[in-house]
Design a binder for this molecule. Structure first.
Ligand SMILES: C[S@@+](CC[C@H](N)C(=O)[O-])C[C@H]1O[C@@H](n2cnc3c(N)ncnc32)[C@H](O)[C@@H]1O
Length: 228
């Protein structure tokens, strides 16, 4: 996602996971800048530290997105990718993002909207039940993608752009590791959301026939107003 990184900036990646993007951001801010990655999961912290070892302008710390250990107005750029969907209090987290951004600072936040998940199958009822189960029971905030821009505005930020980007899988081998069809379908059956026989037949067709699944990923860039 684009948030115009440049030399000397302080950039914070909230929910940085294994730190996949930290080195690229560190190159862009240079020796006078600083990249800080926060994550709540100690396993991710260890991975991110290993991935960025030897980079003096990168720091990784354990922290919760709802309570960032940062001073007010201390950050130039904030990145929050595929994290808000997991948070217990998204509005609270957005208030925290606003607090730590300096006036004029920029937030880039992105999440899928699982309510947009479509999976092609002749049994449309089972596909719909599966999608609805994912959005309602598998992901904590399944429909957060479309709400990101509103949450940013409610926190006092000005939205600069909203991109809705389709994610499309046209083969089972690529889509299944992300969607985990068998595991999620078994939960849907257990909960009574899908008939067991229909689920078995649906899964057989997923693995054997033509495959198409898609959902929408929302990317929002927002700025803290200069006079705030
Ligand atoms: C799907 S991963 C995304 C990782 C990274 N942002 C990326 O795009 O590669 C979600 C990350 O959010 C972290 N996370 C979930 N809840 C969190 C919280 N309350 N505070 C901080 N991190 C959190 C998880 O530990 C996980 O590493």
């Amino acid at each position: 996602m684009s948030m115009s990184l440049g030399p000397g900036q302080t950039v914070v990646d909230v929910g940085c996971g294994p730190g996949t993007d930290l080195s690229r951001m560190a190159d862009l801010v240079g020796d006078d800048g600083l990249v800080v990655g926060f994550d709540a999961d100690p396993v991710m912290i260890t991975e991110a530290r290993a991935r960025t070892a030897g980079r003096p302008n990168v720091q990784i710390h354990a922290a919760d997105a709802h309570a960032l250990p940062l001073k007010d107005a201390s950050v130039d750029r904030l990145r929050v990718e595929r994290v808000v969907q997991h948070l217990s209090r998204p509005s609270h987290a957005f208030a925290e993002l606003h607090r730590v951004l300096r006036p004029g600072g920029v937030l880039a936040v992105a999440d899928p909207d699982w309510d947009t998940l479509v999976i092609d199958d002749p049994d449309t009822e089972t596909s719909r039940a599966y999608g609805s189960f994912v959005a309602t029971h598998v992901v904590r905030n399944g429909g957060i993608g479309r709400a990101l821009a509103r949450l940013a505005v409610e926190a006092g930020l000005e939205v600069r752009s909203v991109i809705a980007s389709p994610v499309v899988f046209t083969d089972f081998a690529t889509g299944d590791p992300i969607l985990q069809l068998a595991r999620v379908m078994s939960r849907a059956v257990e909960s009574g959301a899908v008939d067991p026989q229909a689920a078995r037949q649906w899964l057989d067709r997923m693995g054997s026939g033509p495959f198409l699944a898609a959902f929408t990923f929302f990317i929002v860039v927002a700025q803290r107003p200069f006079l705030s």
